[in-house]
Design a protein around this ligand. Structure first.
Ligand code: ZN
Length: 314
């Protein structure tokens, strides 16, 4: 696709308050979470995956989900929350969440370890959530974890993704997040999958959730952009671990994605300078980042003084 036909504007969903925080072992006080959320709201980013309504015992870090959402309600952000079951959906709807994201794995091995059911059975169990949401006028998006590769099964056949999408359609879910949960995707694969899915499911709107575990997230984002994807998840300071690759990078960093898109003439609505400031603050508060080129090198626009002598450059 020629670059002049790239989309002019995309929507970035900030996922650090969910994907980033849930990867942190050390308890982040609710007030600190809210400070970070307020800072993120000051960057111009408008959409946020704010938490996950999982059982507090499953992810103790997010046990304050209800309170976080209640307190963040006045921030003029579009909020989305992850819900694993009907109980979680009820909690989310009770505190005013208007957009639910369903959790589902592409492969049986990953699904059995996460949801204790095969992918097909786990998806059947999502029906009551969709029904509840419809009753309350709340929108529902689907997701497919390990869509591009599973740490247990390797490559995932396209037919398997298509079968999941068909079942989502039956559930009246027409927005689906394709997640590269453990950073196994490559740009050629991303293009091929999106071309196939766009053809088979022209009514579906796809978003990309990319982890930079193996350094391919930005390239994958560009590949998706070229196939017309308009929604991307990212996480401030690259927070968000990968339980299968300890020490590896997290989600694609919001500041890196915004920088890359702006350099390519694609607007995100975010203020990059402010985003980098917030990334620094978040790194200081959490004690580390999850991999961020902006925090390492700064943006292209931060020009350096020309050296007086060139001799050392050879
Ligand atoms: Zn993730």
């Amino acid at each position: 696709m020629p670059t002049d036909s790239l989309p002019k504007q995309v929507e970035i969903w900030e996922v650090a308050p969910r994907d980033g925080f849930q990867a942190e072992e050390t308890w982040i006080p609710t007030e600190t979470k809210l400070e970070i959320i307020r800072e993120l709201a000051s960057t111009g980013l408008k959409s946020m995956e704010i938490t996950s309504f999982v059982h507090p015992k499953a992810i103790p870090q997010l046990k304050d989900a209800d309170e976080v959402v209640s307190q963040a309600g006045d921030l003029n952000l579009k909020l989305r929350a992850l819900v694993p079951n009907v109980r979680g959906a009820e909690r989310a709807i009770n505190v005013g969440i208007k957009k639910l994201k369903l959790m589902l794995s592409a492969t049986d091995s990953h699904s059995l370890s996460n949801a204790n059911a095969t992918a097909r059975d786990a998806q059947q169990k999502l029906w009551p959530i969709a029904d509840l949401a419809a009753k309350h006028g709340v929108s529902v998006g689907g997701s497919v974890s390990v869509a591009f590769g599973c740490p247990y099964e390797g490559k995932v056949p396209l037919e398997r993704i298509a079968a999941i999408l068909t079942r989502y359609q039956e559930m009246d879910v027409h927005e689906v997040s394709l997640a590269d949960t453990t950073g196994m995707a490559n740009p050629v694969q991303v293009s091929q999958m999106l071309r196939y899915l766009n053809q088979e499911f022209p009514e579906m709107r796809f978003s990309l959730h990319l982890h930079n575990t193996r350094g391919m997230a930005l390239a994958n984002a560009v590949a998706a952009l070229q196939e017309g994807v308009l929604d991307f998840d990212s996480s401030i300071a690259g927070l968000g671990g990968c339980p299968y690759a300890p020490g590896a990078s997290g989600n694609i960093a919001s500041e890196d994605l915004v920088h890359a898109f702006h350099e390519m003439g694609v607007d995100t609505g975010a203020n990059l300078e402010r985003l980098i400031e917030v990334a620094k603050n978040v790194r200081d508060r959490i004690g580390h980042d999850g991999g961020s080129y902006m925090l390492q090198a700064g943006p292209n626009s931060a020009l350096h003084q020309k050296p007086v002598s060139q001799s050392k450059l050879g």
